[in-house]
Design a protein around this ligand. Structure first.
Ligand SMILES: [Zn+2]
Length: 84
């Protein structure tokens, strides 16, 4: 009787905790692989087709952004270097 109760309590507690951990890990690992793969594919597809990787506009020849996002990228790089 005592054995069964102890075992059930251990099992029950462990089960609840494991369920949470597994659910998050399962979701994280399952989606990470799939999302990374899809993102990579679409990035290269867009680059190959000359489409901006940030929107669906036509990219400027030679770069991966449209003129709008190219400008945004230039501004971002300026800020990252300290505004100069
Ligand atoms: Zn764009």
């Amino acid at each position: 009787m005592v054995w069964k109760e102890l075992l059930a309590r251990l099992k029950g507690g462990e089960k609840t905790e494991k369920k949470y951990v597994n659910r998050f890990l399962k979701f994280y690992h399952g989606n990470k692989k799939r999302l990374l793969k899809e993102r990579k594919k679409s990035y290269y597809d867009r680059r190959k087709e000359g489409i901006c990787v940030r929107c669906s506009e036509k990219a400027v020849a030679g770069i991966i952004f449209c003129s709008y996002h190219q400008q945004r990228q230039v501004e971002y790089n300026k800020k990252a270097r300290g505004g100069q």
